[in-house]
Write a new protein. Structure first.
Length: 704
C-alpha cells in the first residue's frame, strides 16, 4: 500500500477508576485470606494420607504407567520405533568412544548407555531426552578415575614392592567411577525429592557456554594423541592442558602415519556426511544417515582384514567381553576425595539435561514435570552405578534425532534397548579390530558445535558485556587451569558481577508527562509536567549492604543534599540577621518548623526552609524486592536528613515481604506507615486532592 494512503490507527485512551490506596488500606481491602493459614494448618493440609492421595503420589513417580495406559499404537508406534532405532545407531559408537574417554573400556560405555536409557524410560517424562553417555561427563569421570588410579599406584612405591597389574588398576578405576555415579544419583534424587530444580537458575547461559567450550578443548586435547598414535603420560591438576601439549610436541616425531591417515579420512567423511547431507537435507531425509555406525563397521572390517594392528602399528579397541557383568558394590573408601567432583557432575548433568527437556517441551507443547525429571536423572545414575557405569546425562545430538524423527513417548527407548541388548550379548565383540583413532575422530566431530561456540563471542559482547566477562573468565580458567577451577571461577565471577551490576545501577528522577498520566525517565522539553514542590526518584535495585550507600549518594546528587541545604540556609540566615554561623547551627536548628528549645521560633531559619521549592519526595520502590538491615538504616538516614529541611518522603510500590522486613526492624516506629502507597500515582493523586495523607476516605477516587 502506498505510504500516502496509509491511515494512522485510532488512538485508544485507557481510563482506570479506583480509590487512592496506601499500603495499609490496600491490605484491608484485598487481604489474601489464604495467607492467614498457619504453618501447622498448611502442613496438615499437605500431609493428608488418604488412599487415593497415596496412589496418585506413587504413580507420579512412575510416568511409564501413564504412557503405557494411554499409548496409541497406530499413532505412536512408527515414530517411536524409527526414532529409537536411529538413536541407537549413534549411541553405539559414542558409547565405545566415551567409554575410552572416561579412562575405562568400551564395555563401560555400553553399560552407561543401556541402563540409563532403561531407567529413564520408567521414570522420565520427556519423550525426546536421550539419556546416557555424554562427552563432558566422560571427561570429568576421567579426571576422577585417573586421580584415583595415580593414588593407588603411588601406594605401591618402594624398592621391593611389586607394581599393580593393568587389571588391578582398571578395577580401581571401575570402582571409583561406580561410586561417583552413585553419588551423582543420590545428589540428584535428593534434589528432586526436595523440589530443588530451581538451583539450575543460578547457572547462567554464559557460564554454561564458557564451561562447555573449555570442556570441548579438553576433550579435543585428550583425543589428539589417539589421532596421532602417540602415547603421552596422564597429567592431572592445574595447567594440565599446557603440560599435555608440551608432552605431545616433544614426541611429535613418534607420530604413527597410519593413525593420522585414518583419523583425517574419518573426520573428513564424518563432516561431509553430517554437514552436506544430514544437515542440508534434513527436511527431505526420513532418517539421517547413520554415518558414525557405518564408518565404525567399515573401519573394523578393513582393519581386520588388513591387520592394521600388526602391519601398521595402529592401536585397536581389543577384546570386548560379551554379556553383562554381575552388578557390584561401589567402593566409597576414598569418596571424600571426589565428592566435590560428583556434586559438580550432578549440577552439570541437571543443567544440560533439564535445559534440553524444557526447550523441547516448549517447542512441542508437551509439558514436563521438572522435579520428576530431576528425580529420574538421579535414578538413572544411582541404579546404573551398580552396573559398572560412569555418570550420565543427556546428549544433544541423540536428543535432536529423537525430536526430528517424531518420538511420541518415552517408550521409544524399547527399540534402543533391544538393539543394545544384541550389541552387548553378541555384536559388541565384532568390533575388536576397530582402530581407536576412528573413535577419537568421532568424538572430536561430535563436539564441533561446542568448539564453534567461540564464534558467538562477538555477538555476546554486543548484547551484554557482563555475560561476555562471565563466558571468557569461565573458559580461560577452565582451559588453562582445569575444569573444576573453571566452575569455581565462573560461579564466583557470576556472583561478583551480579553485585557489581546492582552497585553500578543508577537511580534517576522521573517526571509526569504533560499530556497524559505516563511516568517518563527522561526530561524532554515541552513533554514534562512541572510538579511544583514534588520530586520523584526511581530506586533502581534492591536495597541492601552493597547498594545502600550508593543509593543515598545518588539520591542526594539528583534531588538535594540535606546537609548542604542546611549549610546554605544557615549562611543566608547569618547574612540576614548578622548572626554568628555557629550560633545559627546550634540554636536555629529546626525540624519541620517546630519551636526551638527556648520555646521561640527562629523565623529567619523557618522562612528559609519553607521557601525551599522541594516539599515532597516520592521514592518509586516498584523494583525493590529485598531489603536488609543496612538498607533500612540507609532509608532512616535519608528520611532523617530530609526531615531537617521540611521535606516529607513517601514510598510507593513496596511489596509485602519488604514491608514485613521493615516492620520486624521497627522501621515504622519513626516513619508513618500511612506514607506507604501502592503506586506513584496514588501519592500524586493524594497530594493533588490536598487531603490528609493516608486518610483514604471511601469516596476518594482517582482517574489515571
Amino acid at each position: 500500500m502506498p505510504e500516502e494512503n496509509m491511515v494512522d490507527p485510532p488512538v485508544t485512551t485507557l481510563a482506570i477508576k479506583r480509590r487512592v490506596y496506601t499500603h495499609e488500606a490496600f491490605n484491608e481491602t484485598y487481604l489474601d485470606e489464604a495467607n492467614t493459614l498457619t504453618i501447622k494448618d498448611r502442613i496438615k493440609e499437605e500431609c493428608q494420607c488418604t488412599g487415593p492421595r497415596i496412589g496418585r503420589i506413587a504413580l507420579s513417580f512412575l510416568p511409564i504407567v501413564k504412557a503405557v495406559r494411554k499409548y496409541k499404537i497406530k499413532e505412536y508406534i512408527i515414530g517411536d520405533v524409527l526414532s529409537g532405532l536411529t538413536a541407537s545407531f549413534m549411541h553405539l559408537p559414542q558409547a565405545m568412544g566415551f567409554g575410552i574417554l572416561a579412562g575405562l573400556q568400551p564395555l563401560h560405555g555400553m553399560y552407561t548407555t543401556f541402563f540409563p536409557v532403561l531407567v529413564y524410560m520408567i521414570f522420565g517424562t520427556s519423550p525426546y531426552i536421550s539419556f546416557g553417555t555424554n562427552a563432558i561427563m566422560a571427561l570429568l569421570t576421567q579426571t576422577v578415575v585417573d586421580r584415583e588410579a595415580d593414588t593407588f599406584i603411588a601406594s605401591f612405591s618402594g624398592a621391593n614392592t611389586t607394581m599393580p597389574s593393568d587389571e588391578e588398576i582398571m578395577g580401581v578405576k571401575e570402582r571409583a567411577s561406580m561410586a561417583c555415579c552413585v553419588l551423582v544419583g543420590v545428589i540428584l534424587m535428593t534434589m528432586g525429592l526436595l523440589k530443588m530444580g530451581i538451583i539450575t537458575t543460578y547457572l547462567s547461559t554464559s557460564f554454561i557456554g564458557g564451561f562447555t567450550a573449555s570442556a570441548a578443548v579438553h576433550i579435543f586435547t585428550s583425543q589428539l594423541p589417539k589421532l596421532l598414535g602417540l602415547k603421552v603420560k596422564a597429567i592431572a591438576g592445574a595447567g594440565k592442558l599446557v603440560l599435555t601439549y608440551i608432552d605431545i610436541f616433544s614426541k611429535i616425531d613418534q607420530t604413527v602415519v597410519a593413525e593420522v591417515i585414518i583419523s583425517v579420512v574419518s573426520i573428513i567423511i564424518l563432516l561431509l556426511v553430517k554437514i552436506c547431507i544430514n544437515e542440508r537435507f534434513k527436511d527431505k531425509l526420513k532418517m539421517p544417515v547413520p554415518i558414525d555406525l557405518l564408518i565404525c563397521v567399515a573401519a573394523t572390517i578393513i582393519s581386520h582384514f588388513a591387520k592394521f594392528g600388526d602391519n601398521f602399528g595402529v592401536t585397536i579397541v581389543g577384546t570386548i567381553p560379551s554379556g553383562f557383568i554381575p552388578p557390584g558394590m561401589p567402593s566409597f573408601e576414598n569418596a571424600g576425595s571426589f565428592a566435590s567432583d560428583a556434586f559438580v557432575m550432578a549440577i552439570l548433568s541437571l543443567a544440560m539435561s533439564i535445559s534440553l527437556a524444557k526447550l523441547l517441551a516448549s517447542k512441542h507443547g508437551q509439558p514436563i514435570d521438572a522435579n520428576q525429571e530431576l528425580f529420574s536423572y538421579g535414578a538413572c545414575n544411582l541404579i546404573s552405578g551398580f552396573f559398572f557405569s560412569f555418570p550420565s546425562a543427556s546428549a544433544p545430538p541423540r536428543t535432536m534425532i529423537l525430536t526430528s524423527l517424531g518420538a511420541r513417548t518415552t517408550l521409544n527407548a524399547v527399540a534402543t534397548l533391544g538393539f543394545f541388548l544384541l550389541v552387548i550379548l553378541v555384536i559388541g565383540q565384532l568390533f575388536v579390530s576397530l582402530p581407536l583413532s576412528v573413535l577419537a575422530a568421532m568424538i572430536i566431530v561430535s563436539i564441533k558445535d561446542l568448539l564453534l561456540q567461540y564464534r558467538n563471542l562477538p555477538n555476546i559482547w554486543k548484547v551484554n558485556k557482563y555475560d561476555f566477562v562471565i563466558w571468557v573468565v569461565t573458559n580461560v580458567v577452565g582451559v588453562f587451569a582445569d575444569l573444576n577451577y573453571g566452575i569455581f571461577a565462573g560461579v564466583g565471577i557470576s556472583i561478583l558481577l551480579t553485585v557489581v551490576r546492582h552497585q553500578l545501577s543508577t537511580g534517576h528522577l522521573i517526571s509526569l508527562s504533560s499530556t497524559e498520566d505516563v511516568l517518563l525517565n527522561d526530561c524532554i522539553p515541552g513533554k514534562n509536567k512541572q510538579l511544583e514542590g514534588i520530586a520523584i526518584f526511581k530506586i533502581p535495585t534492591d536495597i541492601y549492604f552493597a547498594t545502600a550507600e550508593r543509593l543515598k549518594v545518588q539520591l542526594f546528587q539528583n534531588v538535594v543534599d540535606p546537609d548542604k541545604q542546611l549549610k546554605m540556609i544557615a549562611k543566608e540566615a547569618a547574612v540576614d540577621h548578622k548572626m554568628d554561623l555557629d550560633e545559627i547551627k546550634v540554636t536555629a536548628y529546626v525540624e519541620n518548623g517546630h519551636a526551638s528549645e527556648n520555646g521561640t521560633q527562629r523565623d529567619g531559619m523557618s522562612a528559609s526552609i519553607r521557601s525551599n521549592s522541594l516539599k515532597f519526595l516520592v521514592l518509586d520502590c516498584s523494583i525493590v524486592t529485598y531489603i536488609d538491615m543496612a538498607g533500612i538504616a540507609a532509608l532512616q538516614q535519608i528520611i532523617k536528613g530530609y526531615k531537617k529541611i521540611d521535606v516529607d518522603i513517601f514510598m510507593a510500590g513496596l511489596p509485602k515481604n519488604v514491608v514485613a522486613t521493615m516492620e520486624a526492624a521497627n522501621f515504622f516506629d519513626t516513619y508513618p506507615k500511612k506514607y506507604l502507597f501502592m503506586g506513584v500515582f496514588d501519592v500524586l493523586s493524594a497530594l493533588n486532592m490536598n487531603s490528609c495523607i493516608g486518610a483514604n476516605k471511601a469516596d476518594s477516587t482517582t482517574v489515571i
